[in-house]
Write a protein that binds this ligand. Sequence first.
Ligand code: ADP
Ligand code: MG
Length: 289
Amino acid sequence: MTDDPRVRDTHAKAAVLAEALPYIKEFSGKTVVIKYGGHAMEDPSLAELFAQDVVLMRLVGMNPVVVHGGGPQISDLMRRLGKEPEFVDGLRVTDAETVDIVRMALLGKVNPEIVTSVNRHGSYAVGLSGEDAGLITVDRRDERLGFVGDVRRIDPAILERVLREELIPVIATVGVDDDGQAHNVNADTVAGAIASALAAEKLVYLTDVAGIYEDFGDDGSLIAQTDVAGLEHLLVSGKVDEGMVPKVRSCIDALRGGVHRAHVLDGRIPHALLLEFFTREGIGTMVSP
Ligand code: ADP
Ligand code: MG
């Protein structure tokens, strides 16, 4: 080896690329569903790195599928239009006016922003919502909540067509019921259901915490690795609440539904996706069936 720091730096870079090789081989041709969190996507510089990562995944032969939320952006638009957001058990009360605002925020702003930031690196991303080609069909959850849907069925045909063209679907989570009425649907739940419907290799949640904590508030309790039984145990412990509950639930469903691995990663870490996929370092929480 050499003492020249520039040469050492070059060697280190080559080592990182070489380390990626087995992972590139392993994941080539595999479908990966990425839930891009409402909080994780608020920082523009991180959003740019996210776009780069997703394009790189595509270019090495993976099939990334992006599912996004937008809770903070919906609340922001509601306030700007003079409406105060209201929640029951963590779920947004969604009257007819609110469902229009949900559509405006997700389809008019959040979705095209993600699509455009990916497409600055080439023409890859295609924006879709659950209203397109029967992608997401829902049932009304509870009259008190208004137009909030539970996923009844995912029709992955449109996604399979888009993936065959080597494009990157970016999905806003608005679903429709049998009467054609639009509903707001939890993005975590949709991500899990789409991962099952596509028989995805991996389901990844990019969020705003380091991973799943055994006891949220105790920094030492971050779970590096667990399985479906571990997650079920965690749900009954009561130490998982609001935003993490739908992630844990849909991880369980997706892994039962044939998805091979699920990960909860810290979207605040630059290039979290590259670190998880192409290096030996596992970050966040990994869940196996
Ligand atoms: P996202 O936009 O990624 O869906 P959410 O706020 O909906 O983000 O969900 C993530 C949040 O879940 C964390 O910021 C944290 O406050 C909360 N949470 C509750 N219980 C846990 C837990 N056991 N481990 C990690 N996060 C938890
Ligand atoms: Mg959430």
